[in-house]
Ligand binder design. Sequence first.
Ligand code: 1GP
Length: 239
Amino acid sequence: MNSIYSKILSAKENGEKLLAVLLDPDKLNLSQVAETVKRINKNKVDFIFVGGSTVKNGITEKLVKEVKKFTTIPLVLFPGDFTQITDEADAILFLSLLSGRNPEYLIEQQIKSVPLLQKTDLEIISTGYILVDGGVQTAVQRVSKTQTISQKNSTKIVQTACAGMYMGNKLIYLEAGSGAKNIVNSGIVKAVEENINIPLIVGGGIKTKEQLENTYKNGADLVVIGNGFEENTSLLFQL
Ligand code: 1GP
C-alpha cells in the first residue's frame, strides 16, 4: 500500500538519489506519449510525475492511462488542483502550498479532493510544498495568487519546511517553479536538508547534469525535471 513512500524513505536511508520526470498534460499531447515514455524507459527514472497548474478536467486521466500503456515506472500525481485526481495513477502528492497565504491551496482544495480520494486506491503522500523565488513569475504563483519566498530568506524557508514537518507532512518539496531561471540554490537545499528528517524533493529549472548533481550533493533525495527533459531529451542519458 505504501510502496512509493517506502521506496523514497529507504533511498534516503541508504543515500541513494532518486529522479522523477514531470509530464505536464497541458504541454504533452497524447500522440507524443509513446515516444516520450519510451525515452524515459531507457533511463534511470524512478518515478513519472503527472500534473500541471492549469489542466482541464479529464485530461490528466487520459494522459495517465496512455503513459501506463508504455511503462511500469510508478506514476505519481502532482496535481495543480483536485480535478486532476485519477485512480489510474499509483500515488498522489497531497500538497499544501505552505509558502503561500491562500486558504484555497492550504486546505480548501484538499477538502474538495476528499470525495474523489475516498473512491480511489491511490497512495496518499502528504507533502509540504514550498515555492521559492526562481527569478521569473511561474504558473504556480500566478494560479495560486501567492507570493514566493525569497532565496535570500533562508531562515523563513527553513522554518516553513520545519513547520511542514511538525504538521506531519511526509515530504518537503522545495520548488523554484516550472521553467525557473534560478534553481533552488545550494545553500537553501543544504539548510533545509540539515533541519528536517523527512525526505526532500527539489525541482524547478534544473536543466544540466551539474545542477542535478549539485542538488543531490546538497541534500535533495529526489529531483524533479520537467522542461529540462522536454527541451533536451539527451539530458538523462548524460546522468
Ligand atoms: C515543476 O519542479 C517541477 O513543478 C519541474 O520544473 O519543468 O522547470 O523542470 P521544470
